[in-house]
Ligand binder design. Structure first.
Ligand SMILES: [Fe+2]
Length: 227
């Protein structure tokens, strides 16, 4: 979630952040990864804002455990710089694990995906490809190839049943059918823009793809790789 206040295009203040976390908790979420855009870490003190949010969550007794990560955008020509920023701690991994939520652009070419994933994996990081269903060149073949290289895959819960773009909804469901998805996220930005809604997507997930797979993605994988 883009829940750290006033650091990126997410939450506009501590009250909105707390409201987003209450909405998530109300749907059964007990652990939230705050993942501001990587660029925010270069120009603002994201960690200080994160600490303030954590204190507010405790004070207001919102029952979620908050962890810090980032959503790191990567290009072929910035891949080595990304590794340096992870190595020197400029950018955080997901809660101190080796996993990094990694974002591409709509223009990223297939070869660029391969190079970026290879660079991160060779340096000991496990890229989690953020909302993979939204990238135009994505299909089962490319997703499987990137997983074989060592990447993991995240889709947004609303892409499963609520997304209006049929291509995005279709690829999200195809990836689930092929059991290629490792993590589900909300990609929540604000209370009124991409709110932290997981319920409907998760219900569809469980009904269409089974309890066992849903539990793997929602509980077991986060516990095993991120916590
Ligand atoms: Fe993103």
């Amino acid at each position: 979630m883009h829940v750290v206040p006033d650091v990126d295009d997410g939450s506009r203040g501590i009250d909105e952040s707390c409201e987003m976390l209450r909405m998530a908790a109300g749907q059964g979420v007990d652990t939230v990864f705050a993942t501001p855009h990587g660029t925010a870490f270069l120009c603002t003190d994201v960690r200080a804002s994160f600490r303030l949010l954590r204190e507010a969550v405790l004070e207001r007794k919102i029952p979620v455990d908050l962890r810090l990560g980032c959503e790191m955008r990567i290009y072929a020509d910035t891949a080595r710089q990304c590794v340096r920023q992870l190595n020197d701690g400029t950018l955080p991994t997901m809660g101190g694990s080796r996993c990094v939520l990694t974002e591409f652009t709509f223009e990223t070419k297939r070869e660029e995906y391969r190079l970026c994933i290879d660079t991160l994996v060779e340096n000991g990081y496990t890229p989690i490809i953020a909302h993979i269903e939204r990238y135009p060149p994505m299909n089962v073949v490319l997703a499987r190839e990137l997983k074989e290289k060592g990447a993991m895959i995240q889709i947004n819960a609303y892409s499963i049943a609520e997304e209006r773009n049929p291509r995005i909804r279709s690829i999200a469901n195809t990836l689930l059918r092929e059991r290629l998805v490792d993590f589900i996220g909300s990609d929540a930005h604000r209370t009124d823009h991409r709110p932290p809604l997981l319920k409907r997507g998760m219900e569809t997930f469980r009904q269409q793809y089974g309890e066992t797979y849903a539990d793997l993605v929602v509980f077991e994988n986060p516990r095993k790789y991120l916590l």
